[in-house]
Design a binder for this molecule. Structure first.
Ligand SMILES: *Cc1c(COP(=O)(O)O)cnc(C)c1O
Length: 362
């Protein structure tokens, strides 16, 4: 059978290796891993690697993905990592064992629903440590809410507290920030008169503390997506050695549909592009260009495509076309050739969401 393009190849063995490696490294500090599958739109083959690689929870921001994972036979506890919508609480209780929460009104609704379904639903209450996305800013209010959940809500189990950093506010999970989180947890434990099962100290960015060996002792749960799927961010942005992990789990292949010498500066009166923007163009004279049959609709942002072959430059894209400068390429590109790219996290989210993209497991 002929291969269809654009084609996203996913190396399942390398993915499973990454899961197992991160689980092992975290495990040596007594930390469990919630495997976050949303980066690959919860593809069940991806979720299965998180399961088989040893993640303690399968986690997603989307209930549809959790439902798919359950239907695929994954038995691990399921964690909803976006605070639930009030409108979805019945599905949250039906599908997820645990959810992250930051509104008592929602937790009360979860309790009522859990009572109805005859279940105990577990919650992790979120603290905002400065990233300014979800979580309690007022830590006294947070402690009050935890105590209320503990004492008043029959079908909710307060499993622990957690935080998220490095998503909106670009805050780094320093030792200090995580120490502060542990302190908040210990204050809550005093009020409850018991230990919390989990203190969840963030996502991939918190792996820096694991790699450095300075993660506060009581942090015992991390929710990891990118650091397993791609393992690139900590390497590229912070210079961490990620060589124990594969960075080639995902690879994108696209087909060349035109190769021509053209001017590098558009000819005529410049107005707006297909997205209403007016980009600037550098005039480098006549250049050899290849046109690929994929565009922003498939992957989002062309600047996140990283060509594997040297001497190739991604110039830009419209919805369905990507324009590549191949003037200095080593190879003589021809129509029908296949060009390969490494890709970034956001690119994977788009690609796995797009029905034009052929997903292949290798
Ligand atoms: C997306 C998300 C994660 C995983 O983030 P990565 O940086 O991909 O590891 C963890 N926790 C929450 C709450 C998230 O939304």
């Amino acid at each position: 059978m002929k291969e269809r393009y654009p084609r996203l190849e996913i190396n399942l063995a390398h993915l499973k290796h990454n899961v197992a490696k991160v689980v092992e490294k975290c495990g040596s500090y007594g930390i469990q891993v919630a495997g976050v599958i949303k980066g690959a739109t919860g593809l069940v083959e991806v979720a299965k690697q998180f399961d088989q690689g040893g993640a303690s929870f399968i986690a997603s921001s989307r209930l549809e993905q959790i439902e798919d994972a359950k239907n695929a036979g994954i038995k691990k506890p399921m964690m909803l990592i976006r605070v639930p919508m009030l409108s979805e609480v019945s599905d949250v209780v039906r599908l997820a064992d645990v959810s992250l929460n930051s509104e008592l009104e929602v937790v009360k609704a979860l309790n009522a629903e859990a009572l109805k379904q005859g279940k105990i639903h577990k919650v992790i209450v979120m603290a905002d440590m400065g990233d300014l996305r979800e979580g309690y800013w007022d830590k006294d209010e947070m402690a009050d809410v935890c105590e209320y959940i503990e004492k008043e809500l029959s079908n909710i189990q307060l499993m622990g507290i957690g935080t998220n950093v490095g998503c909106y506010g670009s805050i780094s999970p320093t030792v200090e920030t995580l120490d502060d989180l542990v302190e908040i947890a210990e204050h809550i434990e005093e009020r409850l008169g018991r230990k919390l099962e989990y203190i969840s100290g963030g996502a991939t960015s918190s792996l820096m503390r694991v790699w450095d060996g300075n993660i506060p002792e009581r942090i015992n749960l991390l929710r990891i997506g990118e650091g397993i799927l791609l393992a690139r961010d900590l390497d590229v942005f912070y210079g961490y050695d990620m060589s124990e992990l594969y960075q080639d789990v995902f690879r994108l292949k696209a087909e060349v549909i035109e190769v021509k010498d053209k001017p590098s500066h558009p000819v005529g009166t410049i107005a707006v592009d297909a997205f209403g923007h007016t980009p600037t163009y550098v005039d480098r004279g006549m250049r050899r260009r290849a046109l690929l049959a994929m565009g922003k609709v498939d992957y989002g942002d062309p600047s996140e495509l990283l060509p594997l072959e040297k001497g190739i430059e991604v110039l830009g894209a419209s919805s369905d076309h990507t324009i590549i400068d191949v003037e200095n390429a080593e190879k003589d590109w021809k129509v029908g050739d296949i060009m390969e790219f490494d890709i970034c996290y956001a690119t994977i989210v788009y690609l796995t969401n797009c029905r034009n993209v052929n997903i292949a497991y290798v």
